[in-house]
Design a protein around this ligand. Sequence first.
Ligand code: PMP
Length: 402
Amino acid sequence: MGLNISKLAKEIKPSATLSLKEEVNSLEKEYGFTIIDLTAGQPDTGPTEDVLQALLEGGKLHKYGPVQGDLELRGILSEVINREIGVRYDPQDIAITVGVKSGIDILMKVLLEPGENAGIIVPFWVTYPEAVRLAHGIPCFVESDQALRPDPARLRKEVEENNIKVLLYSSPCNPSGVVYTEDELQGIAKIVKEKNIWVISDEIYGACVFHGRKHRSILSIEDMRSNAILVDGASKRFGVPGWRIGYVAGPREVIAAFTKLQGHINSGTSRPEQYAMRIAYTSEKARQATEQMRQRYERNADIFVNGLSQAYGISCIKPEGAFYAFPNIKKLFGTEYEFAGKRYRIKTSTDFRNFLLRKAQVVAVEGSAFGMDDYIRFSLATNEETIVNALGNIKSAVGELA
Ligand code: PMP
């Protein structure tokens, strides 16, 4: 008998976007298409010159550093958190991570016993359920309301019935673009406190909020400090997802345990990047670049969602932040189309994604990857011309289904 890999490794779902790449490549090759890619979970910008320069300078930090992260950067982040969400975390209560992804992964291992339940608000970022499974926990899904907003009544029921120990969500939300209001956060906080559970607040899109709204954090609600953990990072804010840098802030005991695990998992994140982040989080140039990016994505969201609302069978809530549109496509299920001499029927979000690929030459990510099969996610982190072209293609392709 041959040697086996683990059941866990076999059962973890591959990233939806990676398998898509293969399909896009084969369509481009076979039919000579140029496909407009609206799958990117990353900004179309990069770091400002001063931050890039700092990264090069940071190369001189070539030895292992503190596993928890360089103290200078943790000091700066303590100020950033205080300024932006109004809570003071001592640098000792902050750990620098290999991106938000690794932050969440290690947190799950810190907070969950094998077999314990983690509540994930739907729709969710694709990695959350897998991070729970990697910690031998069980993901439990908490439905949102019709407008994709958090629903405290359902949350309470789910927490009670499934004995949820950790709750996880992103606001601004990837994929829906919903930004939780103060009232909604108060509603969640009340349940978290009453049931005494952990809550992980993923605020990676906090700097990308539209139309004068303010990003709010559950951490700023009174009494939340002993239950809430913040995860955030530089990938979106400074356009550096390839640099792999993020942070967690929370109760001292959690951060100490986090650091202990991180010491064996990755020894902390790259020090040149940490050095560059000292500049990024204090640079006026970088702040302006983030704001310009925010304004462009706000405009892209307006153009795209207004345009989509005229398309046959599609309805989309207006994104309030992040850089995605997440329209409902359920009315198009049951429709049929022809491509390369074959007839296809659209029954799922994956079928609709394939329809767009073949007939509109636009690629997006099926809603099922985010826990909602009646939806599809478009990334708007691109230039306006691409948005306008994609919209034109989608509208005419969908028009043929009418
Ligand atoms: N959280 C959310 C909600 C995201 O959308 C992403 C990136 N797509 C991440 C976390 C991961 O970020 P990082 O690059 O810091 O690992």
